[in-house]
Ligand binder design. Structure first.
Ligand SMILES: C[S@@+](CC[C@H](N)C(=O)[O-])C[C@H]1O[C@@H](n2cnc3c(N)ncnc32)[C@H](O)[C@@H]1O
Length: 207
């Protein structure tokens, strides 16, 4: 099943499913960005809008992109703030965004589904203003090495969404090639992860 169809199918249950990675990302995003404010935020892969409502509170304008009609429909239901605009976009193509138009680009739990990290970093660098922030949360590669990937239940079957392994050095190389400077790199565990590999990796880059 292709990634877009998988997320369309997952959209009905995504918010209600038990999902420790989704919940941890929600907390880490709020902790990482909640003390700052922004003029113009681009959220890439907004999904059902779990983080979009929060971003609408710290940004004057939020432009939220996703290629799943089902996920965006859920986000629309959840977030009807006047300062949020949703747009169907495949992030592997040219983004429908002007150069240097945003002071924050957010990308949470999306990059495991993107083969070519370099394109994402190039587009983020293009649309960010000088001094702007690129915030990424991603399933930690250590979990990927052990076979973890986004998955959900459908009609009693487990559906695994296609995923690509990205090493930590891949993120850092893609950033460097696009003149994005690493500001912080953090690793996070859910309370239920005691004694296990970190679940989430979080990067903050500056343009
Ligand atoms: C695990 S969900 C995360 C959603 C949200 N960021 C969150 O943290 O809850 C991954 C999202 O990325 C989107 N996505 C994956 N590949 C994409 C692509 N090539 N273009 C646009 N969206 C994509 C999916 O449709 C899905 O909504």
């Amino acid at each position: 099943m292709n990634i877009q169809t998988a997320y369309d199918n997952w959209s009905d249950s995504y918010d209600a499913d038990i999902n420790l990675t989704r919940d941890l990302d929600s907390r880490v995003t709020r902790a990482g960005l909640g003390h700052r404010t922004f003029a113009s935020i681009l959220e890439t892969g907004c999904g059902t809008g779990k983080n979009t409502a929060f971003l609408a509170g710290i940004g004057k304008q939020v432009h939220a992109l996703d290629f799943s009609e089902g996920m965006i429909a859920k986000a629309h239901q959840k977030v009807n703030a006047a300062n949020v605009r949703f747009e169907m976009t495949d992030l592997t193509q040219h983004w429908p965004c002007n150069d240097a138009a945003y002071d924050l680009v957010v990308c949470c739990l999306v990059l495991e589904h993107i083969a070519n990290l370099s394109h994402i970093f190039a587009e983020a660098a293009r649309v960010l203003q000088s001094g702007g922030t690129f915030f990424i949360n991603e399933l930690h590669p250590f979990k990927q090495y052990r076979g973890s990937k986004a998955r959900f239940e459908q009609n009693g079957q487990t559906v695994e969404v296609d995923a690509f392994v990205h090493h930590i050095s891949d993120f850092l190389t893609a950033a460097k090639s696009n003149r994005l400077t690493l500001v912080t790199l953090n690793e996070y565990w859910h309370e239920e992860d005691a004694g296990k590999s970190p679940r989430l990796i979080s990067f903050l880059f500056e343009r």
